[in-house]
Design a protein around this ligand. Structure first.
Ligand SMILES: Nc1ncnc2c1ncn2[C@@H]1O[C@H](COP(=O)(O)OP(=O)(O)OP(=O)(O)O)[C@@H](O)[C@H]1O
Ligand SMILES: [Mg+2]
Length: 218
């Protein structure tokens, strides 16, 4: 059965779709069987899938709970990883997506409004977890579009940690390659490197459970 990972954040434009598409691309290239479920009517992930003739992941779209349940039951067993992208508003689907996930990723840029959105989304996920027998098992806030040396990056990081929120140790800094990938179909240059670094760390920490089998030495 696939690990189900969703990107949730009630604030728009924080990098949910970019995180989902980037992880799908990277793990697909590593040999994982990956499915993106696009639950956002904007269809950003569907459009990303269509940028290249052959992307290394499958894609489907859903609009409601029944559709999501059906997709997870039908395709979950055939995949290593199912990634769910969601709209940047709290929709009816949001709580259901959280309850269907093993891991919820909450992207946030280091700006106050986005951090408030992350905090509210985290509270929602914690409520779902309490009501749902401990599922999702894991939730991580991923810092996005940040500049390492900016004072606001340090300030928002401290605020997350000071409030006991699960800020992940790695994130995706502001890089032009994350914009270009929607035209080229491929995260390139520094963006590819940042993505590889994040995903490798998540695999090492067991946050992402799939990893490439070690090459046999013959
Ligand atoms: N790390 C990054 N560096 C630079 N640009 C980024 C980064 N992450 C995302 N972007 C850009 O920011 C914009 C919003 O990103 P994205 O669509 O992933 O956000 P979203 O949270 O899915 O938005 P929505 O709520 O509208 O679905 C896009 O133009 C994307 O290319
Ligand atoms: Mg999006």
């Amino acid at each position: 059965m696939a690990q189900v990972i969703s990107a949730l954040q009630q604030k728009g434009g924080v990098g949910k779709s970019t995180l989902v598409c980037g992880i799908a691309y990277l793990l697909g290239r590593q040999g994982a069987k990956v499915l993106i479920v696009d639950a956002d009517r904007q269809g950003t992930c569907v459009a990303y899938h269509d940028t290249a003739e052959k992307q290394p992941f499958n894609i489907t779209a859903v609009t409601d709970e029944a559709g999501l349940r059906n997709v997870l039951a039908t395709y979950g067993p055939d995949h290593d990883l199912v990634l769910i992208d969601t709209p940047g508003i709290e929709s009816q689907l949001t709580a259901h997506v959280a309850a269907s996930s093993d891991l919820v990723l909450i992207p946030s840029t280091p700006s106050q409004p986005d951090a408030i959105g992350a905090s509210r989304t985290w509270s929602l996920v914690e409520r779902v977890r309490a009501a749902n027998g401990g599922r999702p098992r894991d939730v991580q806030i991923i810092l996005t579009k940040f500049h390492h040396k900016a004072r606001i990056t340090a300030r928002i990081t401290e605020a997350f940690l000071g409030h006991g929120m699960p800020l992940y140790t790695h994130g995706l800094q502001e890089l032009t390659g994350f914009k270009e990938m929607y035209s080229t179909g491929v995260p390139t240059g520094a963006a590819a490197g940042a993505l590889q670094f994040l995903v490798a760390q998540m695999q090492r920490d067991g946050v992402i459970t799939w990893s490439r089998a070690p090459e046999s030495c013959q």
